[in-house]
Design a protein around this ligand. Sequence first.
Ligand SMILES: Nc1ncnc2c1ncn2[C@@H]1O[C@H](COP(=O)(O)OP(=O)(O)OP(=O)(O)O)[C@@H](O)[C@H]1O
Ligand SMILES: [Mg+2]
Length: 275
Amino acid sequence: MRAEQVLRLERAAAALGGRTIWSDVSLTVDGGRFVAVLGPNGAGKSTLLRTILGLVPLTAGDATVLGAPPGARNDMIGYLPQRRELDPAVRVRGVDLVRLGLDGGRWGVPLPAWLPGNRTGRAAARRVTDVLELVDAAAYARRPIGELSGGERQRVLIAQALVREPELLMLDEPLDSLDLPGQRSVAALLQRICRTRGVAVVLVTHDVNPILPYLDQVVYFASGRAMAGAPEDVIASGALTGLYGVPIEVLRASDGRLVVVGQPEAPHVHTPRHA
Ligand SMILES: Nc1ncnc2c1ncn2[C@@H]1O[C@H](COP(=O)(O)OP(=O)(O)OP(=O)(O)O)[C@@H](O)[C@H]1O
Ligand SMILES: [Mg+2]
């Protein structure tokens, strides 16, 4: 299990279109940890992932990703972006999609050095098969991706993000469009990957409840700030009241679900695009 620090942000700030999205964000993530990124629409969750990839530069503070500046080690990061439109008519099969991830189609980077053979070799095919088995998608991996259910497709996409054996896996809302059992089983799968492979998983989600039992850590974005820590410390009335700056109450329902009451409306997203 990899135990080193995978991610470190120190009083970091990010801006888009001349507007500061968040600032003073500090957090650390160690290898093998399962971390959820929470917060209302527009709070800057996707922006966090994009800063980690070096796609959005920091305007203040520091970030270290896998021991290097953001962007330098993207070949060791698996990334599933938020908007993933798939044409139902698409005839590409799951195995092809995963193979595309191995070939560096997403990043335009060459094959990793650890892989014996080359992209046409048996090693690559073996790797694709292994990762599809790891996410329990082998049974439908040879069907066109457009025919798969939301949950099946999600597993194939996670396999694609995993196929290069990343040390950090970042998934932007991989659970939406999944039903509750689907969300739980994907969460259990991700926890298993954390535990057995030592991969750190950073997952953006709107509803923490289905994955709460699996999490090590949460990062909660609101009001241009973020708070990181253990789930029970962050998703708590006092902590969220401090973060939002208005009274927030966290209730625990009889079934164990956490309900956050009193969140202000998400700010309007009609931001002028000119700086
Ligand atoms: N190119 C841009 N120029 C200016 N503002 C932008 C740009 N891209 C995004 N934003 C704004 O940055 C803010 C943060 O966006 P981000 O996508 O990180 O939010 P999010 O927390 O992921 O939201 P959601 O839950 O809706 O996915 C939003 O208010 C968004 O409108
Ligand atoms: Mg987002």
